[in-house]
Design a protein around this ligand. Structure first.
Ligand SMILES: Cc1cc2nc3c(=O)[nH]c(=O)nc-3n(C[C@H](O)[C@H](O)[C@H](O)COP(=O)(O)OP(=O)(O)OC[C@H]3O[C@@H](n4cnc5c(N)ncnc54)[C@H](O)[C@@H]3O)c2cc1C
Length: 295
């Protein structure tokens, strides 16, 4: 058990977009039992609690922001907790990195999450976002989730008791943001080489079509409707590769906002608003942000 409090948390250092201002503090905890102390610590610091994993889906505003970051660094290794002839149920900590978890699944021949190859971030962040890619979503394999909820404590919810939609996770009747501490996934037993090959193929495909090495937060806008690609709409409106100050839409994939040269959040919002207006005027589609705005 360990809780560490860092004063003045920089979003530039802790988000993959590498931009944004500062939060009041960051509280890092490594064990579910630590959560009991969180309400008192939060009361003593003040500010609004905000859970963060790896920061790979965040766009933080500039300046001083009134948040206290909760970082659930519960990195419990994956372990099989149940199995049938064909499936296994694997439990893993929320702070465990998703790419590392996929690597572990491949090594053990457990299939189900390969479509998420190339999605950075933590397992907790992937559940909170119901991350999805290449036809695979967290909801397909999630079995249950352990959360901490203020005024309730720690509880385990089955998949059927939570709401998992397109890039959305919530628990009915819970108003405060639940802190995901760990999750269990139902996966299929197969051949290790088969799982590894699908992961490798997906990574190769992503490297060819997405700016995986750039400072980004992945796709910045949600697809506005089934079968309608936000990236295509942006491309058709001339935004692919468009630079504004230190930020740009990637020349490789128009829906990736990238930080090319010490971009500010102000510049990012200016470019995003320009794109939203142009796409709406040209196509009638209203683009909604997929990244979570902090501030
Ligand atoms: C190069 C690149 C490619 C990407 N490709 C994809 C893709 O193909 N598909 C896709 O879906 N996403 C993609 N993303 C976006 C991002 O990686 C995912 O959304 C990821 O799952 C976020 O995980 P994180 O730990 O970084 O969460 P963060 O960015 O830290 O947080 C995201 C949200 O989840 C909440 N959250 C995080 N951890 C917890 C927790 N433990 N408990 C409760 N809430 C929590 C935060 O409050 C926030 O609202 C990509 C990003 C990049 C940079």
């Amino acid at each position: 058990m360990a809780i560490t409090v860092h004063q003045s948390f920089s979003f530039t250092k802790r988000t993959t977009l590498r931009m944004g201002g500062t939060a009041l503090a960051e509280i890092v905890f490594t064990h579910a039992d630590d959560c009991a102390q969180l309400p008192d610590i939060l009361d003593s610091i003040g500010g609004k609690p905000l859970v963060i994993g790896r920061g790979s889906n965040l766009l933080a505003k500039d300046g001083e922001l009134p948040f206290v970051i909760l970082n659930p660094a519960v990195t419990t290794d994956p372990v099989c907790v149940d199995e049938t002839d064909e499936t296994v149920t694997v439990h893993v900590g929320a702070g465990y990195r998703l790419p590392r978890f996929l690597h572990w699944c491949a090594a053990n021949g457990y299939a189900g999450l390969e479509g998420l190859a190339g999605v950075p971030g933590t397992v907790g962040g992937a559940v909170a976002m119901n991350a999805g890619s290449y036809g695979c979503e967290i909801v397909d394999c999630l079995d249950s989730v352990e959360v901490f909820i203020k005024n309730v404590g720690t509880a385990v919810f089955k998949k059927t008791d939570v709401v998992l939609q397109y890039r959305h996770f919530s628990i009915p009747t819970v108003n405060d943001q639940p802190v995901i501490l760990s999750s269990s996934f139902r996966l299929y037993k197969t051949d290790s080489q088969k799982v590894k090959k699908v992961i490798d193929d997906n990574l190769t495909r992503k490297k060819a079509t997405q700016p995986v090495a750039a400072h980004s937060a992945g796709c910045v806008f949600k697809n506005p409707a089934e079968g309608v690609s936000a990236g295509k709409l942006l491309d058709q409106c001339g935004f692919k590769g468009k630079i504004h100050g230190g930020v740009a839409f990637s020349p490789l994939h128009a829906n990736f906002l990238i930080n090319v040269n010490n971009g500010t959040s102000k510049e990012a919002f200016e470019l995003l608003q320009m794109a939203q207006k142009t796409v709406l005027d040209a196509s009638g589609y209203s683009l909604e942000l997929e990244v979570k705005v902090i501030g």
